[in-house]
Design a protein around this ligand. Structure first.
Ligand SMILES: *Cc1c(COP(=O)(O)O)cnc(C)c1O
Length: 388
């Protein structure tokens, strides 16, 4: 489908920074870390100092005794389930709107996903539906903090522990966030991180687990050990993460300031309902910023048209996850309609994080681009070309 871009009609894109995607940032400390791995030879070793140091750093950051680096966030979710002895015959609760890999991780340990609706303001699993979704065979909950929102972990963990259900807390999108006073990833029995190429801490690929439980940690290590670590992060990858970790707090604070600025500049835009800001004293971590897009308040434009028009303005915006509600009932249990998860799958638009470190002026231009596209759509633009 080709739509007419508003930029072609109104002239002049909003001039949001050009060039290749600005992530990861150019960073001299990362370059020096890489050079050190070359001069000390650790770049080519199985066992060097970097993995150990990274694991210590992650444990410290999360105030837990145990941490394990591994090859991806996706594998980390699977390892977490294995560490908690989740397997065949077990049900695992998962939000109806979440990262696609998490559904597959539950399947890959032989367990059965049960879908739970999300909170429309946080994009994360709601605690309102958890008790109804549980059955005699529910053994775990996989809960993700998504798109700048965070789950109500205090309530979720209380509900889980009443029923002897374990919790895997997916913090892949929110490294360094503070959720209800605690580091994201430390509410659950196991916390999961990703170091994928677009993520806030990146090694191109990679992931990690953090846990307070020695037995869970040992079980994961034993599962990984097949004469050698079967799902390793490399020394080279570990080396580039430490310098980024030391800057994470300051960058998260900057991103949070920019998101507040952006959302207040967009309060008049009825077509977009943003993700909730963090509670007082908490710290959000923005990998993406989510809005729910209302076609009816945007001249009847589809979400795809809206996203395409904003991309033409130079804004790195895209649609959200597909969610799991269309999955067959043979692959998962769906205790209710999951209205909000369905809406999230159909209506979410996501702003990618790099722009949040580019300064107040750029944020104003993003807000202007959004207003421009919505005004154009509301004035009837684009639709006549489409209907032909
Ligand atoms: C990115 C992501 C993952 C998986 O991480 P990879 O390292 O890409 O495998 C898992 N969960 C969520 C919510 C993510 O955003």
């Amino acid at each position: 489908m080709v739509i007419s871009s508003p930029l072609a009609i109104h002239g002049g894109a909003a001039e949001i920074p050009e060039g290749p995607p600005s992530w990861p940032l150019k960073d001299d400390d990362v370059r020096q870390a890489l050079e050190r791995t070359v001069s000390d030879g650790s770049w080519g070793r199985y066992h060097g100092p970097h993995i150990e140091r990274l694991e210590q750093l992650l444990a410290q950051m999360h105030r837990v005794p145990y941490s394990l680096a591994c090859c991806s966030g996706t594998v980390a979710v699977e390892l977490a389930l294995r560490g908690l002895k989740i397997g065949a015959g077990d049900e695992v609760l998962l939000a109806g709107y979440d990262f696609g890999g998490n559904f597959r991780c539950i399947e890959s340990v032989g367990a059965f996903p049960v879908l739970v609706d999300i909170d429309p303001h946080t994009w994360c699993m709601t605690t309102e539906r958890i008790e109804d979704a549980m059955s005699m065979t529910t053994r775990a909950i996989v809960v993700s903090h998504l798109h700048g929102g965070s789950a109500d972990m205090r309530k979720l963990c209380a509900l889980a522990s009443q029923r002897g259900v374990r919790v895997v807390e997916d913090a892949c999108q929110v490294p360094g966030a503070i959720v209800q006073g605690r580091p994201a990833g430390t509410w659950g029995d196991v916390g999961v991180l990703s170091f994928g190429g677009s993520k806030l801490l990146t090694a191109g690929r990679g992931g990690a687990l953090v846990t307070p439980h020695e037995d869970v940690f040992q079980r994961i290590k034993i599962f990984c050990e097949r004469g050698n670590h079967a799902f390793p992060l490399s020394e080279l990858q570990a080396a580039v993460l430490a310098p980024q970790a030391s800057k994470l707090g300051a960058r998260n604070s900057t991103r949070q300031v920019r998101v507040r600025q952006l959302l207040s500049a967009c309060t008049q835009v009825q077509a977009l309902s943003p993700v909730a800001l963090p509670a007082d004293g908490d710290q959000a971590s923005y990998y993406k910023v989510a809005w729910r897009f209302e076609p009816d308040l945007c001249g009847g434009w589809s979400r795809a048209q809206f996203v395409e028009a904003l991309q033409a303005e130079g804004v790195a915006i895209d649609i959200g996850f597909r969610g799991f509600l269309r999955r067959s009932g043979r692959r998962c249990r769906k205790p209710d309609q999951m209205e909000h998860a369905q809406k999230a799958a159909d209506q979410t638009v996501l702003l990618h994080h790099p722009v949040l470190l580019e300064g107040a002026e750029t944020i104003n231009r993003v807000a202007q681009a959004i207003a421009k596209v919505v005004d154009f759509a509301e004035s009837g633009g684009g639709l006549c070309e489409l209907e032909r």
